[in-house]
Ligand binder design. Structure first.
Ligand SMILES: Cc1ncc(COP(=O)(O)O)c(C=O)c1O
Length: 388
C-alpha cells in the first residue's frame, strides 16, 4: 500500500537535541531546577535600536510583500557587512535574504544537490544539514574529522571522499558544535578539490561575528575559486535575533537567481518588518555586538578553564561561536549519559551523536548562559563525574 507520507519526509530523523529540549521542558514544568546548557541561541535581547526599526517599519506601512530576494538596501548592507566582517566580496545581486540561515542552507541544497547526489558533511556538524539533505532526496555523506585534533578540518579526508556524485560540500566555520575555526590551508584545499569536481562549497558562517582570538576570514575570501563558494550568514547569533528569522546567502549570481526563483513557491520573502530590523542591525551601531562578543569570550575562557580542572573532561578550545564540545569520561552512549545528567544531576547538555557519528560519546555545552549558571552547571557536572 502507498504510504501517506513521502520517503523523504519519513527519512528525516528527529533531532536528539530536540528530544533533550522536550525532556528539559517537561522537567522544568514540574519545578525541577535545571541548568540548561543545551540551547543554541544567545541569552541576550535584541539591541533596542533594532527593535525600534521594526516597530517604525510596521507603523509606517512596510507590511507588504517585498521582492523575493529581499529589499535592495538590505541586500546592499549584507554585501557590505560580509566584505567588512570576513573579506568575502559578493555584489548585492548575489545576495538573497532568507528566513534565517536555515532557509538559506535548505534552498542551496534544493538548488544544487540532485536526487541521490552526495552532500559531503565533515562531522561533527549541525544536525539540520542531514535533515535538509534527506528532504531534497540527496545523500548526506558523513566525513568524520579526527577527535585527536579536536575535530580540526582534515582536508585529505574530505578530498578523498569526493567523487563524480559529489554535488556539494559543507564547511561550517566557526563550527557548531565544536566552535573551531577551520585552518585556512585546509579550507583552500577543500575548495580547490570541490572546484575540480564541479561541486559547490557551502560556507555556513553564521558564527563568523563571534570569533575570539583572531580575525575571521571567510571561506570565499581565502580561495582562488570564490565562484564555487556560497556563503551563508544570519542576524540570529551575532545580533541576538533568532526569533526575527533573517539570514541570507551570498554567492554566484546563477545560484542567487535560482534560489530567488524557487523561493517564490515556498516563502516568497522574509517578513518585511524583520528585514528593516536586520537593516538597522547591519548598518547601525556595532557596540552591542562587541559587548555581546566580549561576554561570550569571557564565558568561553571560564568554560575552558573549568573543564581543564575537572578529571574526566576533555574540551578542545573553541575559537568561536558559543559552544564547547566535551568528551566526558562516563559510561554509556551520549544520549543515555545526557538523559542521566538531566534526570539525576539537573544539568542539560546536547548529546554529541546529534552531530553525526563522529560526535558519539561527546556532548555540546552552550555557553550562551550567564557565568553564574555556568558555574552551577560545572559544579553539577563535577559531582556527576564522581557519582556516575
Ligand atoms: C551552524 C548553524 N547554521 C545555521 C543555523 C540557523 O540559524 P538561523 O537562526 O539563522 O536560521 C544555526 C542555528 O543554530 C547554526 O548553528
Amino acid at each position: 500500500m502507498r504510504h501517506l507520507l513521502t520517503d523523504r519526509v519519513r527519512a528525516v530523523e528527529p533531532s536528539p537535541i530536540r528530544s533533550m529540549f522536550d525532556l528539559a521542558e517537561a522537567a522544568a514544568a514540574e519545578g525541577r531546577d535545571l541548568v540548561r546548557l543545551e540551547v543554541g541561541e544567545p541569552d541576550f535581547d535584541t539591541p533596542e535600536h533594532v527593535v525600534e526599526a521594526a516597530h517604525e517599519a510596521a507603523r509606517s506601512g512596510r507590511t507588504h510583500y517585498t521582492p523575493n530576494a529581499g529589499i535592495r538596501p538590505l541586500r546592499e548592507a549584507v554585501s557590505e557587512a560580509t566584505a567588512r566582517e570576513s573579506g568575502t566580496e559578493v555584489p548585492p545581486e548575489g545576495v538573497v535574504v532568507t528566513n534565517g540561515a536555515m532557509e538559506a542552507t535548505y534552498l542551496v541544497a534544493l538548488a544544487t544537490v540532485g536526487t541521490d547526489e552526495e552532500y559531503l558533511l565533515p562531522t561533527p556538524t549541525y544536525t539540520n544539514y542531514f535533515q535538509q539533505t534527506d528532504l531534497v532526496a540527496g545523500r548526506a555523506v558523513e566525513v568524520p574529522m579526527p577527535a585527536s585534533t579536536g575535530f580540526e578540518l582534515d582536508a585529505d579526508r574530505v578530498v578523498e571522499a569526493m567523487g563524480p556524485d559529489t554535488a556539494a560540500v559543507m564547511l561550517c566555520s566557526p563550527s557548531n558544535p565544536t566552535g573551531r575555526v577551520h585552518d585556512p590551508d585546509a579550507v583552500r584545499a577543500v575548495v580547490e578539490a570541490a572546484a575540480d569536481h564541479d561541486a559547490v562549497v557551502v560556507a555556513d558562517e553564521v558564527y563568523g561575528g563571534l570569533v575570539y582570538d583572531r580575525e575571521f576570514v571567510g571561506t570565499a575570501a581565502l580561495t582562488d575559486h570564490p565562484e564555487h563558494v556560497v556563503t551563508v550568514g544570519s542576524c540570529s547569533k551575532t545580533y541576538a535575533m533568532t526569533g526575527w528569522r533573517v539570514g541570507w546567502l551570498a554567492g554566484p549570481r546563477w545560484l542567487a537567481d535560482a534560489v530567488t526563483k524557487v523561493r517564490e513557491a515556498v516563502t516568497s520573502c522574509t517578513a518585511t518588518p524583520s528585514q528593516y530590523a536586520a537593516l538597522a542591525a547591519l548598518t547601525g551601531p556595532q557596540e552591542p555586538v562587541r559587548e555581546m562578543r566580549d561576554r561570550f569570550e569571557e564565558r568561553r575562557d571560564y568554560v575552558v578553564e573549568r573543564a581543564a580542572g575537572v578529571d574526566g573532561v576533555r574540551c578542545p578550545r573553541p575559537d568561536g561561536a558559543f559552544y564547547a564540545f566535551l568528551e566526558l569520561d562516563l559510561p554509556g552512549d551520549d544520549v543515555a549519559v545526557a538523559e542521566r545528567l538531566l534526570r539525576e544531576h539537573g544539568v542539560v547538555l546536547a548529546p554529541g551523536s546529534a552531530f553525526g557519528e563522529a560526535g558519539a560519546g561527546w556532548h555540546r555545552l552552550s555557553f550562551a548562559n550567564g557565568l553564574d549558571r555556568l558555574e552551577v552547571g560545572f559544579d553539577r557536572l563535577e559531582r556527576a563525574l564522581s557519582a556516575f
